[in-house]
Ligand binder design. Structure first.
Ligand SMILES: *[C@@H]1O[C@H](CO)[C@@H](O)[C@H](O)[C@H]1NC(C)=O
Length: 322
């Protein structure tokens, strides 16, 4: 992890310099960060999203339960599914929201690990304030056990470019959008094809399938999902909808897991909760844990008091080709 931290610091700096100099995505491979499994061959992590509200809306309660469960599961890192700082991201590197919503909230010992983020808060200065922060747009955390691809899904959503509704977006490095997306999809596809890991996980901010407020993201269903289905991806994880949910795919073994309940929730706005593919839906706050070994994967969802709401376990199919 020390190596990882040093490398990513250098990469962040390089990336920031690159952003200022060139305004297009060069189809280099996705940056890779090694994170080997534990000596017993297992690896575990927590997933939380949509959290940064300076502790309000139960953010602190969720954080403290993450600390407890993180300790119990001896987690290796934390995955954030994005929407990290409300209401409009960080205004600058000096924005105290970073410390007030992150550093001072996720204080438990077990959470002092690397945080990988599915949404870009790119400034290398943030890593200096808190070295847990891994700050690239799209990248891979990999080991023999699992490849986790973080995909920056924001540029896929067309409405962000047409109706901005008072939100501000940082599109540096994204234009021209079509080429950026095409290159990113190509990289995702080749990374998945080359992957020899036992488990393949893709993390984005926006849902491919969700019955929550925002629902499915049609651009992702159309462009990203076919690549995931064709390459034996086991899990797609996201935030965006402020709820916890587990939805299966009718056409492939992929499981859609939403963990976007790190603070404000209880919107009361969802549909089709009785649909056959919906294994679990919870409108309130909480988080998710993932435990992986060579032979099985265990997913659990927790509420604000740390109570387990839903557990799902799957065995590795031995005939599955990798
Ligand atoms: C905090 O969590 C409790 C328990 O789920 C819930 O009743 C309460 O409404 C939550 N508070 C907010 C502000 O969401």
């Amino acid at each position: 992890m020390a190596v990882l931290a040093k490398r990513s610091m250098a990469l962040c700096l390089l990336f920031a310099i690159a952003l200022d100099l060139c305004f297009f995505y060069t189809s280099a491979e996705l940056e890779r960060f090694d994170h080997p499994a534990k000596s017993d061959g297992s690896l575990s992590f927590l997933v939380v999203g949509d959290w940064g509200r300076r502790g309000a809306f139960n953010q602190s309660q969720v954080a403290s339960q993450m600390g407890r469960i993180g300790e119990k599961l001896d987690i290796d890192f934390v995955v954030s599914t994005g929407d990290n700082f409300y209401d409009n991201g960080l205004t600058s590197e000096q924005d105290t929201n970073f410390e007030e919503s992150f550093t001072k909230i996720y204080t438990a010992k077990s959470l002092q690990k690397q945080w990988g983020n599915a949404e870009a808060q790119l400034s290398p200065l943030l890593r200096k304030i808190d070295s847990r922060w891994l700050c690239l747009r799209s990248f891979i955390v990999n080991s023999e056990l699992v490849d986790i691809l973080f995909v920056d899904t924001t540029p896929f959503v067309k409405a962000y470019f047409t109706k901005t509704e008072g939100h501000t977006y940082d599109w540096r490095g994204i234009h021209p959008r079509k080429e950026y997306i095409a290159n990113l999809l190509k990289d995702v596809e080749s990374s998945l094809k080359e992957s020899t890991a036992k488990w393949k996980i893709v993390v984005g901010h926006h849902a491919i399938r969700s019955i929550g407020h925002h629902g499915n993201t049609k651009e992702l269903t159309k462009q990203l999902l076919p690549i995931l289905q064709a390459n034996n991806v086991n899990f797609y994880m996201n935030g965006h909808d402020h709820c916890l949910e587990h939805i299966s795919d009718a056409d492939s073994p992929i499981q859609f897991l939403t963990s976007g309940a790190g603070s404000k929730a209880w919107k009361g706005d969802f549909k089709d909760a009785n649909s056959e593919v919906v294994k679990f839906f919870y409108d309130g706050q909480g988080f998710m844990s993932v435990q992986l070994t060579k032979i099985d994967a265990k997913i659990a969802f927790y509420d604000v008091s740390g109570k387990i709401l839903h557990i799902w376990r799957t065995m590795k199919q031995l005939h599955q080709s990798v």
